[in-house]
Design a protein around this ligand. Structure first.
Ligand code: GDP
Ligand code: IMO
Ligand code: MG
Length: 454
């Protein structure tokens, strides 16, 4: 299409039929399942943020697939899977994931990775560990000090890779892995800097060998070359031809680098706000944003969580929900649903609809609690504080709702849910200000209630 005005109109029309799926909590809301479900109606599934810190689980006919970098939609034949320039890519992890998919009989040939995506290098993973260790060693034993507490990162090198991108000259990008001259320049510079600033802090201290790093990077580059391209134009071209995209958010709104509970956050824009910079596609006219939230709260890693239940009720939620990290295996902290933070997440994402997941996990509780305000500094507020120091002082104000005794994992329509389960969903809709259009009652594709044709 040569006429730029016509092209822009065509792209806008396709974006109107496109959608975004993003988490409204601290990650692990069940985005993988919802993306897999909604991918059916879209031609491309696009990751725009995060990296291998994400762990998205899809269950198809009893088979469980965990994806970290590869967009969930790739599991549907014929779907284009795009890893945009906003994602930090660990090529070792990506190769391992592609191998695992192929070994499982799945075909990742529809995957494309942006040549502009920053590469997570081995020294970024080391730095992640060193920084966490340093924070742990400085932790004051008797105070919750937001600036000297380990973040509890996934140790995948995410923060240091994004920092390197901001440093610029030493940042390796995916396209550089097949450009030996440029790669050498960047890695020699990076190794020099890391050998001065990071290597002495390693345990035991050791120097980075630029030659070995270059050799490995070139080998990975060769292996990944069929997948690497300029994804912005690819995606734009597809949209201009009338194809549609689903933008798959990683992590969760409360982990957003700018709008989450700093500093206990990740290092990228985790909401639909991040789609533009993370893909190069303007999203002003994006058709729909679906916010995914689980029926209770979980958090993995450190940082305040006002509704955390460090008791038998929390243990029961963890057991019923199998709340153990997809990426790290860590037990997730569990608690009652926090509607104050969910509303914050829905505002950031400008949600059109909610996909409510894990409602089945809440069966069997006599009563259910939802947090409808925070008591902070002697006052009640429904505003989510923007830093961890304030959030750690927030006391939850609860509304108590009736529980439901029946197991609901086999229920197929909203009207067949127990009345208390329906009311629970309706309280969420009213508080968050968006309709619950999807209710998930189990990990499988089939265990999904659709209230409209989303
Ligand atoms: P994501 O990071 O948001 O994609 O979520 P994860 O995959 O890390 O964690 C969600 C977990 O819950 C996975 O093991 C899913 O298979 C599972 N799951 C998804 N939806 C449901 C549901 O409605 N009920 C139950 N019981 N499990 C679910
Ligand atoms: P998905 O996409 C849950 C958390 C980490 C840690 C903080 C920073 O599966 O929902 P990082 O390694 O990103 O520097 O860690 O963010 N975190 C997640 N928690 N789900 C995720 O992704 C997460 N990605 C990062 O536990 O607290
Ligand atoms: Mg996850």
């Amino acid at each position: 299409m040569n006429d730029p005005a016509q092209e822009r109109t065509a792209v806008r029309r396709s974006l109107e039929r496109s959608c975004a799926v993003a988490g409204l909590q601290w990650g692990d809301e069940g985005k993988g399942k919802i993306v897999d479900l909604l991918a059916e109606g879209h031609d491309a599934v696009v990751r725009y943020n995060g990296g291998a810190n994400a762990g998205h689980t899809v269950v198809v006919e009893g088979r469980r697939v965990a994806l970290h970098l590869v967009p969930c939609g790739v599991l549907r034949p014929g779907t284009l899977g795009v890893i945009g320039p906003g994602v930090v890519v660990d090529p070792e992890a990506l190769v391992a994931e592609i191998d695992a998919l192929q070994a499982a009989g799945l075909d990742p040939s529809g995957l494309r990775v942006s040549s502009a995506a920053p590469v997570v290098m081995p020294y970024h993973i080391d730095e992640d560990q060193v920084r966490e260790g340093l924070l742990a060693s400085r932790r004051a034993p008797d105070v919750l000090s937001a600036d000297a507490e380990p973040i509890g990162t996934t140790r995948r090198g995410i923060g240091p890779a994004y920092a390197e991108k901001a440093h610029r000259a030493s940042a390796v990008r995916m396209g550089d892995l097949t450009r030996p001259g440029l790669l050498r320049k960047k890695i020699e510079l990076a190794a020099d800097i890391k050998n001065r600033a990071l290597a002495p802090m390693l345990d035991p201290p050791r120097a980075y060998d630029a030659e070995a790093l270059i050799e490995r990077a070139l080998a990975l580059g060769e292996r990944l070359a069929p997948y690497v391209c300029e994804t912005r134009s690819l995606l734009r071209g597809a949209l201009a031809e009338g194809r549609t995209a689903l933008f798959e958010g990683a992590n969760g709104a409360l982990l957003d680098i700018d709008h989450g509970g700093h500093p206990f956050v990740t290092s990228s824009s985790t909401t639909a706000l991040g789609i533009g910079p993370g893909t190069g596609i303007p999203t002003r006219g994006l058709g729909r944003v679906v916010g995914v939230m689980k029926a209770y709260q979980t958090r993995v890693g450190a940082g305040p969580m006002p509704t955390e239940l460090a008791d038998a009720t929390g243990d029961r939620i963890r057991e019923r929900g199998q709340e153990f990290g997809t990426t790290t295996g860590r037990p997730r902290r569990c608690g009652w649903l926090d509607l104050v933070s969910a509303r914050h997440g829905a505002e950031l994402n400008d949600c059109d609809a909610i996909a409510l997941t894990m409602l089945d996990v809440l069966a069997g509780f006599d009563e259910l609690r939802v947090c409808v305000a925070y008591r902070l500094g002697g006052r009640e507020t429904t505003r989510f504080p923007l830093d961890a120091a304030d959030l750690s002082r927030a006391e939850p104000v609860y509304e108590t709702l009736p529980g439901f005794a029946e197991e609901i994992a086999g229920v197929g329509s909203f009207d067949d849910l127990p009345r208390a389960a329906r009311e629970y969903a309706e309280v969420i809709e009213r508080f968050v200000g968006a309709p619950v259009e999807i209710v998930s009652v189990g990990p499988d594709r089939a265990q999904t209630i659709r209230r409209d044709a989303t």
